[in-house]
Ligand binder design. Structure first.
Ligand SMILES: *Cc1c(COP(=O)(O)O)cnc(C)c1O
Length: 355
């Protein structure tokens, strides 16, 4: 038997009983999807202003474009009101409140914990190892029949690094629950998406977003790639019109101008390298961590001092110094050349005046 059959024998992660029994809402646009001349089925206002009709509940046009771009079949794509909506939906679908649990690997994206708390789901934290790589043995040792989801963020926020592929593969092979790989920063990395492995892993969910590389944080659009079974559950539980028409239009427009996104990503990557080198040369900078994302985690002496100083200069960065393994760390998003120059100028001037 080849790779394909690797996980076929393991039991699938089941949805909560109330979700398994759910009869989803059927909207007017679900019940009639063809083209007609007169629509009198959805109680819309008939006067055309370009926005008076309900949007396609499944955003089919956007998914078709994404399918071409990502090499993932339409049936394996779900779109959410940001990836944050998909994160919440996964908790609601798979985790019984007060009973089930999930694993996160701090320091990581804060929404996994917030969504867990909202859904009254216990979070088991298995901290990353120094170097910000997953502790695979400890993760597997923590997993029980109640552990429904493992949240892997790679490239990881706030550390910026990509997890070792061998670790990710071992977790995909051996973790008994759902493995969610949050690839919000994938476009700034150099590897392929783990969505390429969907056919081999029925319990894999890959999340991506229009909020970072696509420059569309304002439209709120997140993507989930997963087996059809999981996509079906996400579609059944999501609000019928969760991705509005303006968002669908903006996404199609951005997909038409994919080259512009690629140019911006390559400029941001160049700036990431330039900033990383320049920051390393500052005497109060202790470490600039390697980044596969559009930000740099930087360890400094007196992070609070620098945070406040930069704020006075009109530059807002993120203080991550209270996070696990992040003592002394600020997180700098990579900006435009002019913005990055301004950050460097502020840090350099202050340094010479303090010294
Ligand atoms: C920014 C970010 C997201 C994006 O969430 P959206 O709701 O799509 O804006 C998701 N995951 C991580 C790790 C992020 O840093």
């Amino acid at each position: 038997m080849g790779e394909e059959s690797k996980k076929e024998d393991t039991s699938l992660v089941l949805p909560r009983p109330s979700i398994a029994a759910l009869r989803p809402y059927s909207s007017a646009r679900d019940e009639f999807t063809g083209q007609a001349e007169v629509y009198l089925d959805a109680n819309e206002n008939p006067f055309d202003n370009g926005k008076n009709r309900y949007p396609d509940p499944l955003a089919r046009a956007v998914k078709e474009r994404l399918s071409d771009l990502k090499g993932v079949p339409v049936a394996n794509i779900m779109l959410g009101n940001g990836s944050d909506e998909v994160i919440d939906l996964l908790f609601r679908i798979f985790c019984e409140p007060g009973r089930d649990q999930v694993i996160t690997l701090p320091p990581t994206y804060g929404m996994y914990r917030v969504s867990a708390d909202i859904n009254q789901v216990e979070v088991v934290e298995v901290p990353l190892l120094p170097g910000f790589q997953p502790n695979v043995d400890a993760i597997l040792a923590q997993a029980s029949h109640r552990t429904k989801i493992l949240w892997l963020c790679t490239p990881n926020n706030p550390s910026g690094n990509d997890f070792a592929a061998t670790d990710v593969r071992r977790l995909l092979d051996e973790f008994p629950g759902l493995v969610v790989i949050d690839e919000a920063y994938i476009d700034f990395a150099t590897r392929d998406s783990y969505a390429k492995l969907l056919a081999q892993y029925p319990n894999l969910v890959v999340l991506q977003t229009f909020s970072k590389a696509w420059g569309l944080a304002g439209i709120r659009l997140g993507m989930a790639f997963a087996a059809e079974r999981i996509i079906g559950l996400l579609n059944a539980v999501k609000p019928p019109y969760n991705v509005n028409q303006l968002t669908q239009r903006a996404a199609l427009e951005a997909l038409d101008h994919h080259q512009q996104q690629q140019r911006q990503v390559s400029e941001i990557r160049q700036e990431r390298l330039r900033m990383s080198k320049a920051l390393q040369d500052l005497p109060f900078v202790q470490e600039v961590y390697p980044s596969a994302a559009n930000f740099l985690l930087v360890q400094v002496e007196q992070p609070r001092y620098w945070y406040n100083y930069l704020m006075e200069q009109g530059i807002i960065v993120r203080d991550r110094s209270t996070q696990y393994l992040c003592a002394g760390c600020l997180r700098f998003t990579v900006g435009t050349v002019a913005e990055n120059d301004r950050l460097l100028a502020a840090l350099t001037t202050a340094n010479s005046s303090v010294a």
